[in-house]
Write a protein that binds this ligand. Structure first.
Ligand SMILES: Nc1ncnc2c1ncn2[C@@H]1O[C@H](COP(=O)(O)OP(=O)(O)O)[C@@H](O)[C@H]1O
Ligand SMILES: Cc1ncc(C[n+]2csc(CCOP(=O)(O)OP(=O)(O)O)c2C)c(N)n1
Ligand SMILES: [Mg+2]
Length: 296
């Protein structure tokens, strides 16, 4: 079996048009007449993205939210979604959660496909958006001297996952894992200003390394500047929170003179490319630990 990066490399040879952006971005950007459509697709798999026994309404919420998060990171306004659904237990609960998330973010369901499920069910969703700013911001414009910024905190999903796994009925800590909120308004406000932007799905360090690689720079993160979700600080899991993922915050770079128009924390500085795409307080990350979450 291939790893996720190996398979994407095979796809990269096929996705050669400009709209695919070299498969180096959160979404495709397709010019259609005077508009630019922003298109993304993410899947969720039982046992990989949700635990067997989790409320299907939460799975539906997250499936839509993670895709809208990719639109948010490109400053796009959602136009609609298409659902690929595997039948299983409690399909009615899934439909209820889908209704909630579509209403919460005012996104229409446009269609989809339904198949018989089995163990290890997988659902997919395509989200279609309209660019509110062109050029659609990508990951490649970070320049030495830029500041690195992050919305919100990291580590909340990691703690929420533990709460779900241990059956803890604490809605606040579960919410970060079960019901992430795509930062659509924030992404739209940032799109005209940023030099690079993406959403943090696979872990702050791994996603920062993607901006670094796309931009041909180093991202140096100040460890103590990274805002941690309540409960992470002092738990001994601060470094894990930088690598766990599923937090769906926006990570972006701005020229040093530009202040973000939305609440965010400055977490580091862009430097020239060096041996490591990402450093922490000038030092390489722990070589024995992955930077974030990769499939395969
Ligand atoms: N099976 C696939 N076929 C074509 N493109 C893919 C496939 N899997 C991933 N990609 C592309 O590879 C890039 C990286 O994917 P991914 O890391 O999943 O992005 P994101 O975290 O924004 O969802 C994106 O451009 C995505 O569209
Ligand atoms: C049961 C379970 N175990 C572990 C995780 C953690 N996890 C699984 S995939 C993932 C990264 C994000 O998923 P991915 O499919 O890579 O999304 P993308 O980057 O394509 O948006 C994380 C943090 C989880 N969500 N659920
Ligand atoms: Mg993806």
């Amino acid at each position: 079996m291939s790893t996720e990066p190996q398979f994407i490399e095979l796809m990269r040879a096929l996705a050669t048009g400009p709209a695919a952006r070299g498969l180096n971005d959160d979404a495709a950007a397709l010019n259609v007449g005077a508009e630019t459509l922003v298109l993304t697709h993410d899947m969720m798999v039982e046992g990989v993205h949700w635990l067997p026994g989790q409320d299907p309404a939460d799975v539906a919420w997250k499936l839509v939210a993670v895709n809208l998060s990719d639109l948010a990171a490109k400053g796009a306004e959602p136009l609609g979604v298409l659902l690929g659904y595997s039948l299983g237990d409690n399909d009615v609960r899934f439909a209820a959660g889908l209704g909630e998330v579509l209403a919460a973010f005012e996104v229409p369901l446009l269609g989809g496909d339904t198949v018989g499920g089995g163990p290890g069910r997988a659902h997919g969703l395509t989200a279609i958006g309209r660019a509110t700013h062109v050029p659609v911001p990508d990951r490649s414009g970070a320049r030495p001297g830029d500041s690195i910024w992050l919305t919100g905190t990291v580590g909340g999903a990691m703690l929420g996952f533990d709460a779900v796994r241990s059956g803890l009925d604490d809605p606040t800590s579960r919410a970060a894992f079960c019901r992430p909120r795509p930062l659509l308004a924030e992404g739209r406000a940032l799109a005209p200003l940023v030099t690079a932007i993406m959403d943090v799905s696979d872990g702050l360090l791994l996603d920062a390394s993607r901006i670094a690689q796309a931009s041909g720079v180093n991202l140096d993160i100040e460890r103590d500047a990274v805002p941690l979700a309540p409960g992470v600080a002092g738990s001994g899991r601060a470094y894990e929170a930088l690598r766990w993922g599923d937090d769906y915050q926006l990570l972006f770079t701005l020229p040093a003179s530009v202040a973000p128009p939305i609440p965010a924390t400055r977490i580091g500085t862009v430097g020239s490319a060096g041996q490591f795409p990402v450093t922490l307080d000038g030092a390489p990350p722990d070589p024995d630990l992955p930077l974030g979450y990769l499939h395969g």
